[in-house]
Write a protein that binds this ligand. Sequence first.
Ligand code: TXA
Ligand code: MG
Length: 307
Amino acid sequence: MEQAVEVLAGDGLVALPTETVYGLAANALSELAVAKVFAVKNRPRFDPLICHVADRAGADALVDAWSEPAQILADRFWPGPLTLVVPKKPVVPDLVTAGSNTVGVRVPAHPLALHILRAFGGPLAAPSANPFTEVSPTTAAHVRAQLGDRVDLIIDGGPCVVGLESTIVMALPEHDPVLLRPGGIPLEAIEAAVGSVNVPSPTELKNASPGRQERHYAPQTPLIIESRQKPDPRVGRLAFRAAHSGYGASVCLSPQGDLDEAAARLFAAIRFLDGGGWDKIEAEPVPEKGLGRAIMDRLRRAEAKRS
Ligand code: TXA
Ligand code: MG
């Protein structure tokens, strides 16, 4: 922990566990440190980073104005897998927000992340610790495989319990809340807290949230979503409730049909099938409720054609 704080204070990069996925953290207030994040991830600079803070006071230092829904959501879901996009204070560098006057903020619910945030005493900009467009890491070993010695330190906090990224809600004063990315907090829970939320179409989203490129979370092996089974020994099957026979390999995400469990296993399962040398990965769709919405979002992006 001490080493992590030292590295961060010296504008270095630390990969650390959160409850969603591993993050590649840097001092959010240092342009030099943040520039390294973009370089290591090979991430275009028009794609803004989320600032992680230890608590509400940490968020207040970055946030210029809290709408009522933003306050309600922060009270209800922090620490937790919810990112709020809200008006930013000038202290947040333009590089972090890609020039936007809003900032994405969240308080993560992982004890190690919180410990480091408190000890560091400032905000940490942290995207998922994967190269741009690739699958997000849910273990320290994934980070090592993808980024290796391009980061100064990797903190191993075990597998991430949620397993996919935070839900992002834009909550600006005078505007209805907008769902920018389905994630670890189900839309149903957000709407139970603040009433109905705007859910833009993928095309509308591409304009509202610069990081929402169609292709993302993508394995090297072509992935397609297919509900019918088409067994083929050259294909890897990503199944929801039961493994399917006749495939080269078949991974079942949750024998109980539990969408939370399926979400937690999703990225590791895609990685496993991606490593099998199959001609393609065929993914069974899951019901679009609860975390199923985020699972289908990630599968659709993984499926999107290379542009
Ligand atoms: O669960 C998570 O959110 C993980 C962990 C590490 O906290 N982080 C994560 O970061 O998923 P990243 O960079 O992989 O995805 C952040 C998304 C990007 O699509 C970005 O475009 C969007 O958040 N975003 C960040 N700030 C924004 C802003 N001011 N306005 C609109 N979208 C924003
Ligand atoms: Mg990411």
